[in-house]
Design a protein around this ligand. Structure first.
Ligand code: PLP
Length: 399
C-alpha cells in the first residue's frame, strides 16, 4: 500500500498548520499559564442569549432551517446591518446565515475563484485567509501593512499589487492581529481602485463593534464599511458574525450580505456542505440582535479598560506598542531584543508561563511583534504583565 501521506490532495498538503494551534499545543497541560493567546472573549455569551437557546430547545426546535437561515433572523440581520453600516440588504435574497464567518469566508472564496485567480489581502492577518484562498485554488497575494502606518492598509500598496489576474480584495478592519483600523479617506481610495479595476471585495468586519478612541477608548469612533461607499455595495461581500462582539464563539454563527448573484453562488456550496446553520444558534442570534446591544457595550468598555492597562504597562516597560483602534489585540514590537517573535513567545512561555502568539504566525509582516489578546480578566492581565515585565528586564540585563 502506498503511504497515506501520498494520498493527501496536493492543495491541502501545501497548506501549513496554523501557527497558533501549534503553539497552543505546547500550552496544553501546563499549569499556571496565563494565556493571552486565543482570540476569544473571556465572557460567556450574555445570559438572555443563552436562555433563548435553552427555551428553543425546550420548545423542541431541533429541525433544519431554510438553507439561507431563519427568515426572521435574516430580517433582524438586514436591519442591524443597515443600522450599523448604513447599507440595506434584501433579507430574502441577499443575506446568508453561515457557520461562523469562517464558513462564509470559505464559501465566498470557493464561489468566486477559478484556478490562478489572484486575491490581494493585507498581512499581518487572520490565519485563515491564505489557506481559504489556496483551498479554493486561488493565488494568495499578501501585501504588508506597517507599524508606522498604524497597520492601516495603504491604497498605493493595493494599487501596486493589482495585476490582470486580480479578482478579489480581502479586507479586515478592525484587524486581527494588529487592532488596526482603516481611515475613511484611505478606504475611499481603495474603493475607487476596486471600481477602476473591477474587483470584488470581501470585507470581514467581525470586530466592527469593538472599536475604541485613542484617548480612553470609551468613545465609539465611526466604523465605515466599504460596502457603504458609493458604487461598492454591488461588488462587496460583507462578512460578519456573533463570535466576538456578542461573545458567542461556540454558537458558530455568522453571515454574509452580498448581491443576489453572489449570495446564490455561495448558497449552493453552503447547501451541499452545511445545509444550514444550527437552529438553536440562530434562535440565540435573534435574541442577540434584538436585545444584546447593552451587553455588547459593557464588554466593549471593559476591553477598552484592559487595552489601556496593557498600553500603560508596555510603555512603562519601554516596549513600543501602537494604540489599537479595535478588536481585542495588542501587537507590541519586541524587535529591540534581537530575538525572533517565536523565540520571544517560546521563552516567555517557558520562563514566565505567559502565552502570547508570535507575530509571524499571521504572516511574515508580523515578525518582530507578538499578539497579546486582552480579552482576559483584568486580574490575570495584571499578573501576566508583571511576568512580561520581569522577562523583558532579564532580556535587557542579558544584553
Ligand atoms: N475573521 C477574523 C478576522 C477572525 O479573527 C476570526 C476569529 O478569530 C474569524 C473570522 C472567525 O470567526 P467565526 O468564529 O465567526 O468563524
Amino acid at each position: 500500500m502506498r503511504p497515506l501521506e501520498d494520498r493527501i490532495a496536493k492543495q491541502i498538503d501545501s497548506i501549513p498548520r496554523s501557527g497558533i494551534r501549534d503553539f497552543f499545543e505546547l500550552v496544553q497541560g501546563r499549569d499556571d499559564v496565563i494565556s493571552l493567546g486565543v482570540g476569544e472573549p473571556d465572557f460567556s455569551a450574555p445570559w438572555h442569549i443563552r436562555e433563548a437557546a435553552i427555551i428553543s430547545l425546550e420548545k423542541g426546535l431541533t429541525s433544519y432551517t431554510s438553507n439561507l437561515g431563519l427568515p426572521s433572523l435574516r430580517e433582524h440581520i438586514a436591519d442591524y446591518v443597515e443600522d450599523k453600516f448604513s447599507v440595506r440588504y434584501e433579507a430574502g435574497s441577499e443575506v446568508l446565515v453561515t457557520v461562523g464567518v469562517s464558513e462564509a469566508l470559505d464559501i465566498a472564496c470557493r464561489a468566486l475563484l477559478d484556478p490562478g485567480d489572484e486575491v490581494i489581502y493585507h498581512e499581518p492577518c487572520y490565519v485563515s485567509y491564505s489557506p481559504s484562498i489556496v483551498m479554493a485554488y486561488g493565488k494568495a497575494v499578501p501585501i504588508q501593512t506597517r507599524l508606522e502606518d498604524k497597520f492601516a492598509l495603504m491604497a498605493a500598496d493595493v494599487e501596486a499589487a493589482i495585476t490582470d489576474k486580480t479578482k478579489l480584495l480581502l479586507l479586515n478592519f478592525p484587524t486581527n492581529p494588529t487592532g488596526g483600523v482603516e481611515p475613511r479617506e484611505e478606504l475611499e481610495k481603495i474603493a475607487k481602485l476596486a471600481i477602476e479595476h473591477d474587483l470584488i471585495v470581501i470585507s470581514d468586519e467581525i470586530y466592527s463593534e469593538l472599536i475604541y478612541d485613542g484617548h480612553d477608548g470609551f468613545e465609539v469612533p465611526e466604523h465605515t464599511s466599504i460596502a457603504s461607499l458609493p458604487g461598492m455595495k454591488e461588488r462587496t461581500i460583507l462578512l460578519h458574525g456573533f463570535s466576538k462582539a456578542f461573545a458567542m464563539t461556540g454558537f458558530r454563527l455568522g453571515y454574509s450580505c452580498a448581491p443576489v448573484v453572489l449570495t446564490e453562488a455561495m448558497m449552493k456550496i453552503h447547501q451541499y456542505s452545511m445545509l444550514c446553520a444550527p437552529i438553536l444558534s440562530q434562535m440565540a442570534a435573534i435574541e442577540a440582535l434584538k436585545n444584546g446591544a447593552p451587553e455588547v457595550e459593557k464588554m466593549r468598555r471593559s476591553y477598552a479598560e484592559r487595552r489601556n492597562l496593557l498600553l500603560r504597562r508596555f510603555e512603562a516597560m519601554g516596549v513600543p506598542c501602537f494604540t489599537p483602534g479595535g478588536a481585542f489585540y495588542a501587537f507590541p514590537d519586541i524587535s529591540q531584543f534581537g530575538i525572533s517573535s517565536k523565540d520571544f513567545a517560546f521563552r516567555l512561555l517557558e520562563e514566565e508561563n505567559v502565552a502570547v502568539v508570535p507575530g509571524d504566525a499571521f504572516g511574515e509582516a508580523g515578525q518582530g511583534c507578538v499578539r497579546c489578546c486582552y480579552a482576559t480578566s483584568f486580574q490575570e492581565l495584571e499578573v501576566a504583565l508583571d511576568r512580561i515585565a520581569a522577562f523583558v528586564d532579564r532580556l535587557r540585563a542579558a544584553g
